[in-house]
Ligand binder design. Structure first.
Ligand code: SF4
Ligand code: SF4
Ligand code: FES
Length: 288
């Protein structure tokens, strides 16, 4: 039975990390210079290397603003001319997931990562690496196509024709709305996949449909299976999730729920879909 640990528990490692971040923020020195150690790569298949950059940081700076400084001053800490570091971003407010990278060894969004929380002192070092479970396009920019491919595998949408008025939709209880609202906050960032021991880098697209689908897709299947209109496709979703790379490939390591920036109860979703898949398997067995 999968337990339902969430990363908002008071005694969770996240609570300790938050306390440390608050303490760092309080003692962060104005006008300090810190070092960014960045894993660089010039393109797909090229070897990677580390480069250090010195960056003066004002209070409340985030990682993206420091990357912008480096882009304008691409000179290493050793004084060698380099090239601007490449990264991806969109919303700059932790909504699109595009800026996700591994910061000081932990996957998270660079737009919402404040330097004061991690490098409060003069000369402190922060490391930036691209996510390892997706192909690197260049430097910190990775190709997250597989995240969206896996959402397509489970038909993570409501099947309605939006071209004409269909009348009011079916009613839904406030409790159900509340559950679904939390699940709907997923921004397809890929943090849960980066942390998952069952989800590995797979550059061959032909293998994607049999490799582990990931916690985000399982949770989105639950979101749409519990939607009064979306549940028309419930059986299709469960059929995919009982097949190769489906929910049974989850090893219950629970890393996913610990790193989800939106605190989505992923292990609850995995348990709920696990039960639904079992019921679907019985139904199919007696029908076929
Ligand atoms: S609980 Fe499952 S999906 Fe989450 S990290 Fe573990 S193996 Fe991956
Ligand atoms: S479930 Fe959480 S960690 Fe995974 S893609 Fe969605 S927001 Fe990111
Ligand atoms: S830029 Fe959108 S989440 Fe960071």
């Amino acid at each position: 039975m999968i337990s339902t640990f969430t990363n908002t528990d008071a005694n969770s490692p996240l609570a300790a990390e938050l306390a440390q971040r608050m303490a760092n923020r309080k003692m962060a020195k104005e006008g300090r210079t810190i070092i960014f150690r960045i894993k660089r790569c010039d393109g797909p298949g090229k070897p990677s290397r580390w480069e250090d950059f010195k960056v003066p940081v004002p209070k409340n700076a985030n990682v993206i603003s420091c990357l912008q400084y480096i882009a304008a001053n691409p000179v290493t800490a050793q004084g060698q001319q380099s090239t601007p570091v490449v990264w991806d971003s969109g919303c700059l407010e932790e909504v699109c997931g595009a800026c996700t990278m591994v910061i000081n060894g932990k996957v998270r969004q660079s737009c919402s990562c404040l330097i004061d929380d991690y490098a409060p002192g003069e000369g402190d070092v922060m490391t930036l690496e691209p996510m390892s479970k997706f192909p690197v396009i260049r430097d910190l920019w990775v190709d997250r196509e597989r995240v969206f491919h896996n959402l397509k595998r489970v038909k993570a949408w409501v099947p309605i024709d939006g071209t004409y008025y269909l009348g009011g939709g079916p009613k839904e209880s406030p409790q159900k709305q509340e559950t679904r609202y939390k699940l709907s906050e997923c921004m397809s960032c890929g943090c849960c996949l980066e942390a998952c021991p069952q989800f590995n880098l797979e550059e061959n697209k032909n293998e994607w449909d049999s490799a582990f689908i990931g916690a985000h897709a399982i949770s989105q299947a639950r979101l749409f299976n519990e939607h009064e209109t979306g549940k028309q496709l419930k059986d299709d979703r469960l059929d995919v999730l009982m097949g190769p790379g489906g929910v049974n490939d989850c090893g219950n390591a629970q890393n996913c729920v610990k790193v989800c920036p939106k605190h989505i109860p992923l292990t609850e979703s995995i348990a709920a879909i696990g039960r639904a898949v079992t019921v679907r398997a019985f139904t199919r067995f007696f029908k076929d």
